[in-house]
Ligand binder design. Structure first.
Ligand code: ZN
Length: 280
């Protein structure tokens, strides 16, 4: 009898409905119904990921040019937003300006070789993910055009100024058609001013600084810069938010659980949602 009561209590706690009818823990179907109610979207199955660090469930879908996001907190609050970023799919052309301190210019051959091999490694990661999903082609690949400039030839990144204007001027002076690029990426590797990154979906702009405290140039560090640029900051360009991701999760080497970028087949028709004709 006692076991029976405990069982009833446990069942109640495990699947208790919050005040406004939310199901806990949420299922693909229950969150899909929130997407229908709150955004008017006809979806049946959506990704649901629990983020332990932020104590909330996260669901994200990319549909008809819009990225929709739902957080469901442990207290039963639903937080939503929608934006229209570049989607995380297809070949993306990146205009990458690398602003080099003279110390790195003295090792320019090494720098170029290892930076470009770090960029290749990012594309290989996407190729591996595609293979794991039984796909012939990568869901995302980057076609990078790198320009290596000394610190005097390109303005330092400044949070109070729009670097896009600097890109436009640089492009005009170097006969580059900036309109053919999907993403503008600035590596402002000022070793005297270690600083982090930014990524903006509104302007499809990403910037990474030399965030290490010393000036040792190594393969490992260039791979770290590439991770910051192509996963973290370009993640923001695609509409990723820090709160999607538990910082302790490795996510298979990606910045977030791949299903939140539409990189897995959620509705079981064999095609990852981001390229699926019948999504979610
Ligand atoms: Zn960030």
């Amino acid at each position: 009898m006692r076991c029976f009561v405990v069982f009833i209590l446990l069942s109640f706690l495990i699947s208790c409905e919050k005040d406004d009818g939310l199901v806990f823990p949420p299922t693909q179907e229950s969150i899909a119904s929130e997407f229908r109610n709150r955004f008017g979207l006809e979806v049946q199955q959506v990704p649901v990921v629990f983020n332990e660090f932020n104590s909330h469930y996260v669901s994200v879908i990319y549909l008809n040019g819009t990225r929709y996001r739902i957080y469901l907190t442990n207290s039963g609050q639903i937080l939503t937003n929608r934006i229209t970023p570049l989607f995380p799919k297809g070949q993306q052309r990146v205009l990458c300006i690398v602003r080099l301190p003279s110390l790195f210019e003295q090792n320019l051959d090494f720098f170029i070789r290892e930076w470009e091999s770090a960029q290749t490694a990012i594309n290989e990661q996407h190729a591996t993910l595609a293979q794991q999903n039984g796909l012939e082609n990568s869901l995302v690949s980057f076609k990078n055009d790198n320009y290596y400039v000394s610190q005097n030839d390109f303005p330092a990144w400044d949070p109070n100024r729009n670097s896009i204007e600097d890109f436009k001027l640089f492009a005009a002076n170097n006969q580059i058609d900036i309109a053919t690029y999907d993403i503008l990426l600035l590596l402002d590797l000022d070793i005297n001013n270690p600083n982090g990154g930014v990524g903006s979906w509104e302007s499809a702009f990403a910037k990474v600084g030399w965030f290490y405290e010393d000036t040792d140039l190594s393969v490992e560090r260039l791979n770290g810069i590439a991770y910051a640029a192509y996963h973290h900051e370009i993640g923001h360009v695609w509409g990723w938010e820090h709160e999607w991701t538990d910082p302790y999760d490795n996510n298979g080497g990606f910045i977030t659980e791949p299903s939140l970028f539409g990189w897995s087949d959620i509705n079981g028709n064999g095609v990852p949602e981001i390229i699926d004709e019948n999504q979610y």
